[in-house]
Ligand binder design. Structure first.
Ligand SMILES: Cc1ncc(COP(=O)(O)O)c(C=O)c1O
Length: 442
């Protein structure tokens, strides 16, 4: 699948050539994309996975391997954007799902697993005293933000440029016209002074601060502890609720990044891997806040949802968290992610290239710049065409990850898989060195 042609030293031409090769290698995926366009806009039902000129269609996965329609095999370094932490078809997850299927799925009632799963989540995440389940991270954030507005009686939500909290909470680039129609204040990530100045005229109107302790979608940009501590103080001073969106970052330590930093939000939102690979979301927090959802109260907040306690999700999630992604496993996976990220950075640093891998533990992203990255603005300085080229080069070598440059590890990956990624980065660094050394960001 790799090209033996000499590397092009013009970036536009190199990218065109890489896309040509991609097209030539993947005729069945191209045909699938064309036919999908007849029933879905752009052949797509999930914007984040679209790829120009066309996306690949995967047909099979097992462990840490994926196969596409044209028969190519990939090492899966995307792990379903962090949701696939267990790898494909983990035997214990399979068993949990099969057992659940045996007993029936749709009771229209409480089931015996949901309270056990809830208890495990409460025990694991320090700020969560009570929890409720949803079907997605987006929905969890909608509920958390709506609850904050109802509790405080205030309208405004502080969010951050580069933040992503779901399909209706998109604050990357120019944002999205489809965002939930709340009143937002858009702060600069990791810049407390600017955030305080932004909020100053609206302190009495602020209902919530919604923040990812590491911005995942914008390129694995960790929040500095002092920034999160400053947001905690700002929430306390203004009476707003602090919401940590740990939909992605909850995998980075047994109790998520809130545990790592020792900073407790009022509410936490969860999603992704915690549902064992099924559709999942959750929001939880202080019992006085979550207690407002207690249906025995005459003034209880409404929160229904046919699939909130879906039997497959509850069973797969419970087994995943108690039998597989134990605290020990969490530490081990994230330590191996730290080592791999350092190894990849050593490859590019040895050559003095304008390229780096940012992130924490089992999540990292490539950026085509060697300048420090603390915000979306910094991330945007990376050369986007080079990042695209990196994508096509690595996909051609059988490495699966997100085109925007994101990698997330699963427990199914092993040392040899890490070697394969390091070799692919080494080869990219070597063959594309002239571009990486001379191309200005932009
Ligand atoms: C930080 C964060 N919050 C929320 C979401 C939305 O979760 P879902 O896709 O389950 O709606 C995502 C999804 O990528 C996310 O990364």
């Amino acid at each position: 699948m790799t090209t033996s042609r000499p590397a092009n030293i013009d970036i536009g031409a190199a990218l065109a050539e890489a896309e040509e090769l991609y097209q030539a290698n993947n005729p069945k995926s191209l045909a699938q994309h064309r036919s999908a366009c007849a029933a879905m806009p752009g052949g797509n039902t999930r914007s984040a996975i679209h790829v120009d000129p066309f996306p690949l269609t995967m047909v099979r996965g097992t462990g840490a391997r994926l196969w596409d329609l044209d028969g190519h095999e990939y090492v899966d370094f995307l792990s379903e954007f962090t949701a696939g932490i267990y790898g494909h078809s983990h035997p214990a997850i399979r068993q949990a799902i099969n057992a659940a299927l045996e007993g029936g799925l749709n009771f229209g009632a409480h089931n015996a697993t949901e309270a056990r799963f809830a208890a495990v989540i409460c025990a694991r995440f320090p700020s969560i005293e009570l929890v409720r389940f949803t079907n997605s991270g987006t929905e969890a954030n909608l509920m958390a933000v709506s609850a904050a507005r109802a509790i405080t009686g205030r309208p405004k939500i502080l969010v951050f440029a580069g933040g992503y909290h779901g399909g209706v909470f998109y604050f990357r680039g120019h944002g999205s016209r489809l965002n939930a129609p709340f009143e937002y204040l858009l702060g600069r990530y990791n810049d407390l002074a600017a955030v305080e100045a932004l909020v100053r005229p609206y302190r009495a109107e602020l209902a919530a601060i919604l923040v990812e302790p590491m911005q995942g979608t914008t390129g694995c940009v960790p929040a500095e502890r002092s920034f999160l501590a400053g947001l905690r103080a700002l929430a306390d001073e203004t009476g707003a609720l602090l919401i940590f969106d740990e939909v992605m970052t909850s995998r980075l330590a047994p109790g998520g990044l809130q545990e790592v930093h020792g900073i407790l939000p009022d509410l936490t939102t969860l999603g992704k891997y915690l549902g064992g690979g099924m559709s999942f979301g959750a929001f939880g927090g202080r019992s006085d806040i979550m207690g407002r959802f207690d249906p025995r109260r005459p003034d209880a907040f409404q929160h229904a949802g046919t699939f909130n306690n879906n039997v497959l999700t509850m069973n797969a999630g419970l087994v995943g968290l108690t039998e597989i992604y134990t605290p020990e496993r969490t530490h081990a996976l994230n330590a191996s992610g730290d080592r791999l990220r350092q190894r990849l950075n050593a490859v590019v640093q040895r050559r003095g290239l304008a390229m780096q891998f940012t992130g924490l533990g089992s999540m990292f992203s490539v950026h085509m710049t060697d300048a420090p990255i603390r915000s979306q603005e910094d991330a945007e300085r990376g050369n986007a065409k080079l990042r695209d080229l990196f994508y096509f080069d690595l996909v051609a070598r059988g490495i699966w990850f997100a085109k925007r440059g994101m990698f997330a590890l699963s427990i199914a990956l092993d040392e040899q898989d890490g070697d394969k990624l390091a070799e692919a980065v080494e080869e990219f660094s070597e063959t594309r060195a002239p571009l990486l050394a001379h191309t200005q960001s932009g």
